[in-house]
Ligand binder design. Structure first.
Ligand code: SF4
Length: 380
């Protein structure tokens, strides 16, 4: 089909054949000793070698279930940390390029979150679930707690903070179920502190039926508005994704003007106005299902990273799948995973050397796994 003009994109690898051959040869030698995980936002020349592809939630599950000696994580740093936490001490998790981070995850660090936590406990007169004898028992009736929830897109020490304080991790696939759990645990007069992505927090809370008045934003650079914070159910960290904030309502309007009847789906990391204007919103896995289920001939505008959008467009030849942003819209940190780096780490493994290993310190891993396991139990 592909009748509308697709955004031009020059992000394919021109010289990938050499790397491809090196990767295939090393992978063959390693056999089932290695598993390669590829996030949906990775370039095609990485995805073609992945044993499993998915969003951060699905890949965390795949890592947890794997018995491979080494897991090569083609994604960003926080994802590899989660894989290390969820795998055994005998397994190693490596990244092709350890400099591939996430700008959103970097917007919340432990000292700032701890300062926010302490101020909220004091000013809003809430209890800390960590003071409870058994942090896994249900919320006590009549008491108000502050329950921390962190998006998967956060560092391991923040996941550990959340685990220690009786909270939970969420992904864009399961945020509503996790927030329901957290609210129940917080009690009628309690609150949820959600970080680092304000948009996922806001879009999920609104979709659950909460109102603007129920939501306050915490920005460590600004003086807190205690009227707002005191009356809220959700305190959202001020973070955002630099890729998903590029999508606008004007882009949706333009697409619909040029293609009457076009369908639009936006990732919940997009601004609320974009999510409201779209026909649907959901995680990368949901976006994939939405495109698969759309009728033949449909034009579908997608508000998420370009590599996934291009792959969907190539996969469904009877539909036209376009990125809402007409310019180039890759995640620059995901793009730091180049096939040359993948070939290097695999060849090191063949030589018996583990390079670029991601190791989360034991105490941090022990607390973080509490928060990850709560998520897996809620969404089982
Ligand atoms: S797309 Fe956004 S949230 Fe995802 S890794 Fe890139 S910067 Fe982080």
């Amino acid at each position: 089909m592909h009748s509308v003009s697709l955004p031009t994109c020059s992000i394919d690898d021109a010289d990938s054949d050499l790397y491809r051959q090196r990767i295939i040869a090393a992978k063959k030698q390693l056999g089932d000793k290695v598993m390669i995980l590829g996030h949906h936002y990775q370039r095609d020349s990485i995805i073609e070698h992945a044993d499993e592809t998915g969003d951060s939630f699905l890949l965390a599950r795949k890592a947890a279930d794997s018995s491979a000696e080494s897991i090569v994580f083609c994604g960003v740093h926080f994802m590899a940390e989660s894989a290390d936490i969820l795998t055994s001490d005998k397994q190693s998790v490596v990244m092709p390029n350890i400099r591939a981070g996430c700008s959103m995850a970097d917007m919340a660090d432990l000292p700032d979150v701890e300062a926010c936590w302490n101020e909220l406990l004091n000013e809003c007169q809430l209890n800390d679930p960590a003071t409870r004898e058994n942090p896994d028992s249900p919320a006590l009736k009549g008491e108000a707690y502050l329950v921390p929830v962190t998006y998967m897109n956060s560092s391991a020490d923040l996941k550990a903070f959340v685990g220690y304080h009786g909270g939970v991790v969420c992904t864009s696939s399961n945020a509503a179920g996790v927030l329901e759990w957290a609210l129940e645990r917080a009690g009628e007069n309690g609150k949820v502190l959600f970080f680092p992505d304000q948009h996922l927090g806001r879009n999920t809370a609104l979709a659950m039926g909460y109102q603007d008045d129920d939501i306050a934003v915490w920005n460590p650079m600004l003086k807190p508005d205690w009227n707002d914070l005191n009356s809220s159910k959700f305190v959202l960290w001020h973070g955002y994704c630099s890729v998903h904030q590029r999508f606008t309502v004007e882009q949706i309007d333009d697409l619909r003007k040029e293609n009457p009847g076009a369908l639009v789906i936006a990732h919940p990391e997009c601004d609320r106005a974009v999510v409201d204007a779209a026909d649907a919103s959901g995680s990368t896995e949901m976006i994939r299902r939405y495109v698969a289920d759309a009728p033949s001939g449909a034009v579908i505008g997608v508000g998420t990273e370009i590599h996934l959008v291009k792959r969907l467009n190539a996969q469904y030849l009877d539909k036209t799948v376009v990125c809402l942003d007409p310019g180039l819209c890759p995640c620059s940190t995901m793009y730091m995973i180049h096939p040359a780096f993948l070939a290097d780490v695999l060849e090191s493994l063949v030589a018996g050397e583990i390079t670029n290993q991601i190791v989360v310190p034991k105490q941090i891993a022990e607390d973080a796994i509490l928060a990850l396991n709560r998520m897996l139990a809620i969404t089982a």
